[in-house]
Design a protein around this ligand. Structure first.
Ligand SMILES: Nc1ncnc2c1ncn2[C@@H]1O[C@H](COP(=O)(O)OP(=O)(O)OP(=O)(O)O)[C@@H](O)[C@H]1O
Ligand SMILES: [Mg+2]
Length: 112
């Protein structure tokens, strides 16, 4: 099993969720975060003053999926979250040792 963690734009959340549903990925978490990439945030203008914003609001979406579908989930998120502009986000993947469904005590992929 794999944890797929995607940092995406707020306005892309709906598209990403829909695209994941279409490939059967349903269980997920969404968190509002602040982060920065290689540009270290951005320069913003507010009431005439120019200032640096160190951290920008982003969405963190996390879903644990079968190994069999992990690559497809990543591709799906990448396509749905893409605008082509800087700040589109990033996707991280790592191995998950165990998933337990509390209600049934199912273990592993059955519990996803
Ligand atoms: N190396 C990283 N580790 C953890 N989180 C990161 C990392 N890089 C980016 N992020 C998160 O992803 C968000 C979006 O990053 P962003 O898309 O700006 O990446 P980038 O590497 O700067 O690429 P781009 O040049 O397309 O902007 C950041 O605000 C931060 O929350
Ligand atoms: Mg960036």
């Amino acid at each position: 099993m794999k944890m797929v963690q995607a940092i995406i734009r707020h306005e892309k959340l709906g598209d990403v969720k829909s695209a994941l549903s279409e490939i059967g990925v349903v269980g997920l978490n969404v968190t509002e975060i602040q982060g920065r990439g290689v540009q270290k945030g951005a320069t913003r203008q507010w009431r005439g003053a120019v200032y640096d914003v160190d951290l920008l609001p982003k969405i963190k979406l996390e879903t644990v999926v079968d190994d069999a579908i992990a690559d497809r989930a990543v591709d799906t998120i990448q396509k749905a979250a893409f605008t082509g502009n800087i700040g589109d986000g990033k996707i991280f993947v790592w191995t998950v040792d165990l998933v337990v469904r509390v209600r049934t005590n199912e273990r592993g992929e059955e519990a996803i």
